[in-house]
Design a protein around this ligand. Structure first.
Ligand code: 5GP
Length: 197
């Protein structure tokens, strides 16, 4: 997605060879116009998948997921990272290792919002090793609903997560695919191909 790639080039900050900071439009301050375009793009990519609900994980998956939900006209559920006193109902829980926090945490969703007839689109802001997305797949599969696709805003293609999920048979669509982070610079997968031509 050109608009997103341009924004990453302009405002993204490669902290090192593994981590990209995008605090000015996605992870802290949020650009609603860009999120709207991202939501539209996910809606168009997954238009033929019969999606009935979107599942994401708090916090940074929520903005793109809500915009996708708006354009697809389906509800959005976000997995919670901490237990809440207001959630009394039966919760499904799985353990996820966090790439950015480098610790394992339980994530949970309430059983009552997903039924076995649902076709779920999983959305997240980043994919690195695929732990968060796999955790969401686990939660959805516990409900016997079907994971009909996985939408990622920024894929770091040099890390194994996206390929891992594709190898498991999931349709993964990433709006920006990063081939390399180095010296504060971002190289996208399509740029790398162009370089070789
Ligand atoms: P994974 O579970 O695929 O290893 O990592 C994905 C999760 O870690 C995402 O939910 C995202 O919050 C966080 N993450 C992974 N890589 C990055 C990164 O380069 N930048 C930021 N801001 N978050 C990341």
């Amino acid at each position: 997605m050109k608009l997103l790639e341009e924004r990453i080039k302009a405002d993204g900050n490669a902290l090192n060879e593994n981590v990209l900071k995008v605090d000015s439009f996605l992870n802290h301050q949020i650009d609603p116009q860009l999120m709207n375009e991202i939501g539209k793009e996910f809606a168009s990519l997954f238009a033929n998948e019969g999606i009935t609900k979107i599942v994401t994980i708090e916090t940074s998956g929520i903005a793109p997921a809500v915009m996708a939900g708006l354009h697809m006209n389906v509800p959005v559920i976000f997995a919670k990272k901490s237990k809440s006193l207001t959630l009394f109902e039966a919760m499904l829980t799985t353990r996820v290792y966090s790439f950015t926090k480098q610790e394992s945490n339980d994530i949970s969703i309430s059983k009552k919002y997903i039924s076995e007839d649902d076709r779920i689109l999983i959305i997240d802001d980043f994919i690195a090793n695929g732990e968060a997305a796999l955790g969401l797949v686990n939660l959805v599969e516990m409900t016997n609903a079907k994971v009909a696709g996985i939408g990622i805003v920024i894929e770091k293609s040099f890390q194994p997560g996206a390929q891992k999920l594709k190898d498991l048979g999931f349709r993964v669509e990433s709006l920006a695919r990063i081939a390399k982070l180095s010296n504060g610079e971002v190289t996208f997968v399509n740029e790398k191909v162009e370089e070789l031509v």
